[in-house]
Design a protein around this ligand. Structure first.
Ligand code: ADP
Length: 184
């Protein structure tokens, strides 16, 4: 037993994992990780970062609203948002596990640094990685946005609600559509 960790920690409140990210927007890659995590944890908190670094396409309110609708019939999933240090949010939520998804080896270096930094900030927190499913290894919020912006189909890669909201976001005037090769 690790020093400082009490035997039976968390058992009284169920096993909780915090799944943090930008989710700008939520994809089936993310949803797959949440669904698989529910086989291990009693509760998965999808924690949407306000993210001062990146400039998101969807506001945090829009991302929270979409995620709440998408998970409304999935017991065990709670959608929330957070600002500031992830470890502070995790501590406040009384969770011990940060959940992250891993796609290619290119994700590894960044994730390894973040997990190590978070553990150095709070030695009682662990990061659990789940490998992407073969159907979603190439799916990222960034590429989804790029494809949707150019009028390509993202069907089967994001929920219908997300596909509709992407279309609304990228509704361009007819002149601009021609410039990037869309049919009217
Ligand atoms: P970030 O926190 O870097 O903004 P995202 O919000 O895009 O990342 O994703 C949140 C988490 O989900 C990250 O751990 C990311 O690696 C993971 N993830 C994203 N897309 C997929 C996918 N297709 N399969 C598995 N994991 C994924």
């Amino acid at each position: 037993m690790t020093k400082g960790r009490k035997k039976g920690d968390q058992t009284h409140m169920g096993k909780v994992a915090i799944y943090p990210g930008s989710f700008d927007p939520l994809t089936y890659g993310h949803i797959d990780i949440v669904e698989r995590a529910l086989a291990i944890f009693d509760k998965v908190i999808l924690a949407i970062a306000h993210d001062a670094e990146k400039k998101p396409l969807f506001t945090v309110q829009e991302r929270v609203e979409m995620a709440k609708l998408i998970f409304k019939d999935t017991p065990g999933v709670v959608v929330d948002s957070f600002k500031g240090l992830l470890v502070n949010y995790v501590e406040k939520s009384n969770a011990k596990v940060i959940l992250r998804g891993l796609r290619a080896t290119s994700d590894f270096e960044y994730e390894y640094h973040m997990a190590s930094m978070n553990r150095s900030l709070n030695v009682h927190l662990d990061t659990l990685f789940m490998m992407t499913s073969k159907d979603y290894f190439f799916v990222s919020s960034r590429t989804i946005k790029e494809v949707a912006k150019l009028g390509g189909t993202v069907e089967g890669l994001v929920p219908d609600l997300v596909a509709r909201r992407l279309k609304e976001k990228f509704k361009l005037p007819v002149g601009e559509r021609r410039l990037i090769g869309w049919d009217d």
